[in-house]
Ligand binder design. Structure first.
Ligand code: MN
Length: 410
């Protein structure tokens, strides 16, 4: 089965991918769309053309509100039905002329945050990342805290400052304490990135009940790439005893395109073994992880370089365990919740997902051809996170990238 959309196959955005996003054309209103090749297929326009008739009941709030929110709330049967209809349209040459009216070149559209972020949680699930951070911050202590292999550590982030890829990030001001003297106030001098994968919740759960690992696909719609911008100097001074606060709440960037879980079934692999065995509520009868190949690119001046390739396959805690843990106390899920994996780092020096690790706390700056010496982010730096995975048709799909440029502190 091949699509009639020219150039789609082999682009990373073929028929087997179809990520969702929200676009606007020529300053017009927002439209829900899927990406196919280098074009956006507007679901609002397909709906107007009658090509989505019968696929969902009461479909106007799904297709005509300029947001993914309506679809998220419909649940997995609706997600599958719509995906099948879109794939059928995209292979049917008899409707190509009509459906072609709903295709818009990406070069002519703006992309917007695809959904309303409800609650945002960030985990800390890479053993390599947690071990590196432990060595950097607590060189004389145990690298991993005693709870780390018993539960997926996380914290609540700030949903209202999640921004779409392409949004500039203003360097935060705050308190830092560079030495034994009193703390000082000013722009962060240790602004960092965290390469992460985010999961977007569709179906809510009931407060007072827990969501088991086996129910992941009933609740979670899809995947984004995520950059958890972090001010390490503000973080180091504020985080004891309640964890990250202003060091991370100023901005979190997510990709414009949300890849449905259904597009990632071929990327599912067995997760790493866990020792000690976790408590029963964290055991998954059919455990799975995702084999996503990530990359971190830094652009400074006229030069750009990929400085790291973190492997998502090796994350210690799985997405299913994260979801089970965050609801085990009865905390409910809301449509639009976002939970992120935590910084993805592999065992290799060139697999670390933050500048904190890549420069070993700023003590061992990277020397990158064209960029010179790299410690933390400078004003004007642009950071791009990309990701790839095996698609169900054997091709490689490209997760929507997430990019941001640092602007000076006010
Ligand atoms: Mn993080």
């Amino acid at each position: 089965m091949t699509t009639w959309v020219t150039g789609a196959e082999g682009s990373g955005y073929g028929l087997a991918h179809l990520p969702y996003g929200v676009i606007s054309h020529a300053g017009g209103h927002r439209e829900l769309a899927v990406r196919i090749g280098d074009q956006a297929l507007s679901l609002a326009r397909l709906h107007d053309l009658g090509l989505l008739d019968g696929v969902l009941l009461h479909a106007t709030p799904v297709f005509d509100t300029g947001s993914l929110d309506g679809l998220l709330a419909r649940g997995p049967q609706a997600w599958s039905a719509l995906r099948q209809r879109l794939q059928a349209i995209l292979v049917d040459r008899d409707v190509a002329d009509m459906a072609g009216e709903a295709l818009l070149p990406l070069a002519e559209v703006a992309t917007h945050l695809a959904w309303t972020v409800a609650d945002y949680v960030d985990f800390y699930s890479s053993e390599n990342h947690a071990t590196n951070v432990g060595h950097i911050f607590r060189p004389d202590g145990e690298a991993l805290p005693p709870n780390w292999k018993h539960l997926p550590i996380g914290y609540h982030g700030r949903a209202g400052t999640v921004v779409v890829s392409g949004t500039d990030v203003v360097r935060p001001n705050g308190q830092r304490k560079p030495g034994p003297e009193a703390p000082v106030f000013g722009p962060s001098r240790r602004l960092d990135v965290e390469v992460e994968v985010g999961f977007v919740v569709g179906m809510p759960s009931v407060q007072g009940s827990a969501v088991p690992t086996s129910a992941f696909r009933e609740h979670v719609f899809g995947v984004v790439l995520l950059n958890d911008w972090s001010a390490r100097d503000i973080q180091a001074w504020e985080y004891v005893p309640l964890g990250p606060f202003l060091a991370k709440s100023f901005a979190t960037s997510v990709s414009a395109w949300v890849t449905p879980l259904e597009a990632l079934t071929a990327a599912r692999i067995a997760p790493p073994a866990q020792d000690p065995a976790p408590l029963p509520y964290l055991i998954d009868a059919d455990p799975w992880a995702l084999d996503l190949s990530l990359s971190l690119e830094l652009s400074r001046g006229d030069a750009s370089a990929v400085i790291s390739r973190p492997p998502f396959a090796q994350m210690y805690w799985t997405p299913g365990q994260q979801l089970a843990h965050l609801t085990v106390n009865g905390a409910s899920l809301r449509t639009g919740d976002l939970f992120a994996s935590g910084t993805v780092s592999g065992p290799g020096i060139d697999q670390r997902g933050s500048l904190l690790e890549l420069s070993w706390g700023g003590r061992e700056p990277l020397t990158v051809e064209g960029l010179g010496e790299v410690n933390f982010l400078e004003d004007g730096d642009t950071v791009t996170i990309r990701g790839e995975a095996l698609a169900t048709d054997g091709s490689r799909l490209s997760l929507g990238h997430v990019v941001g440029t640092i602007r000076p502190a006010p």
